[in-house]
Design a protein around this ligand. Structure first.
Ligand SMILES: Cc1ncc(COP(=O)(O)O)c(C=O)c1O
Length: 443
């Protein structure tokens, strides 16, 4: 061992000790490791070991780590103006990004609010919906994830670890069934499940909630942290119809699905549905903290001046990064690439499912792919332990992937969309060999 690698090992050991000592355990990290550098699809840890990153910062790095033109835009903007606060004095990057977002988001005649995080965008979308309609109730879905602030976690449809012991939660939030076809109590075909979910939603609108007091329905077109559950087009179209019928606003949360992930710029575009408001974040700015609410002008202008804002929302450096990241996505046709990557991953995962009965379901849209692991394909009892072992083994063999799902038993893949075919193959081979060493083959 040379001196510098010995130094790195000592430094790492000290950092790991300080991590335990000084960082709250509430922020969990799957594998305790420390990254020092990254580029494209690769992350390097303190000891120089390289990992393929198929978690992509939980979907925040569709354009990969540190794309050169984003880095350059960050340098340029940070040498000119790092912060002024848009509420004190405006700057070009905020206005330019707002204009760009109205052009690329699937809402006609839109305006934009910029914020810092996904949760903050969700909070603001609901505030705007309530302000504009003068109504109170908000309907979300089981398995949904909308963030960790009070209202966003209340909208989230999973108790542990997101909501449990954090009460009292925000009032006037309700959860309806999302068409989770693999585990739905409503039937086994997509059509049956969608019809029943919509029927029950409409029934509850008429019988449980005050029909005249529902401000909004908020929905992820593909549920992210809830388990990569794809919302069928027919479901999203039916939600739009219900919203129109009962004068309810439709908020589409595209924080994880946006910016090419599902093969369209925004996942809702697959269904042809036009939201009233949408929330975006994560890959919007290629790794800097930035989010947005995009919505119809009349709604976005409902709150009076001063009723929206924040110190850092739409920070100039984050806006400059976002403008460069969107250019990168468009120039490299990453939506098309997501379709191609997703089709190949789906093919490989379905082949893997043929070999291992513990893979209960393979699903996804575009390059948002997942495997749901079960102890038995008939009982569908979730296997969270196997999921952890698969992730651990992959980490040891140089692949970063993460889990999700109501029962923590879904392996999710969020491959950077600029990954080469060779990188995709390398990552999938590591994942396949984890199953080969941990599971008995069923054929
Ligand atoms: C669909 C969705 N909404 C909201 C959020 C919250 O975003 P943030 O963690 O940036 O607050 C997330 C984060 O994973 C998400 O996937």
């Amino acid at each position: 061992m040379n001196i510098s690698s010995r130094d790195q090992k000592t430094k790492k050991a000290q950092l790991l000790e300080d991590w335990d000592q000084y960082v709250t355990r509430g922020v969990a990290t799957a594998e305790k490791n420390i990254a020092v550098k990254a580029h494209g699809c690769w992350v390097e840890d303190m000891e120089g070991k390289k990992y393929l990153d198929f978690a992509a910062g939980i979907g925040a790095l569709n354009m990969g780590h540190n794309p050169a033109q984003v880095v350059e835009a960050i340098h340029r903007q940070s040498s000119d103006l790092i912060h002024s606060c848009f509420s004190v004095i405006g700057y070009p990057a905020y206005i330019e990004l707002a204009k760009k977002l109205t052009r690329i988001c699937p809402i006609r005649d839109a305006k934009v609010l910029l914020a810092n995080s996904g949760a903050e965008a969700v909070e603001n979308a609901v505030k705007i919906a309530r302000y504009a309609t003068g109504k109170t109730n908000v309907i979300a879905f089981r398995n949904a994830f909308h963030g960790r602030t009070l209202l966003a976690m209340t909208l989230t449809g999973k108790s542990k670890p997101f909501k449990s012991k954090y009460g009292p939660l925000a009032p006037y939030v309700y959860h309806e069934h999302y068409p989770y076809v693999y585990r739905s109590p409503f039937g086994s075909t997509e059509e049956e499940v969608v019809n029943k979910c919509i029927e029950q939603l409409e029934d509850n609108i008429n019988s449980i909630y005050d029909t005249d007091d529902i401000a909004a329905i908020i929905v992820e077109p593909v549920q992210g942290d809830g388990g990569f559950i794809v919302g069928p087009d027919a479901f999203l179209q039916a939600l739009r119809k219900i919203c129109d019928k009962y004068n309810i606003l439709l908020i589409v949360d595209e924080i994880q699905t946006g910016f090419g992930r599902t093969g369209k710029l925004f996942a809702i575009e697959h269904s042809g549905v036009e939201p009233d408001l949408m929330t975006i974040g994560k890959s919007l700015s290629s790794g800097l903290p930035l989010s947005a609410v995009v919505g119809k002008k009349a709604l976005m202008d409902a709150p009076e001046p001063g009723a929206l804002g924040g110190t850092y929302g739409g920070n100039p450096v984050a806006c400059a990064a976002a403008l460069a990241a969107i250019d990168f996505l468009e120039e490299n046709k990453l939506c098309d690439r997501a379709q191609a990557i997703g089709a190949e991953i789906d093919r490989r995962l379905k082949n893997l499912q043929l070999k291992y009965s513990q893979i209960g379901d393979v699903r996804g849209r575009g390059a948002m792919n997942a495997l749901e692991l079960v102890k038995d394909p008939v009982s569908k009892e979730p296997d969270a332990e196997l999921t952890n072992r698969v992730l651990k083994q992959c980490h040891e063999n140089g692949l970063l992937i993460i889990k999700c799902g109501q029962y923590n038993n879904v392996v999710r893949l969020l491959v950077p969309l600029m990954a080469t075919d060779e990188e995709i193959d390398t990552g999938l081979t590591i994942l396949e060999s984890a199953f080969a060493s941990l599971c008995r083959q069923s054929i």
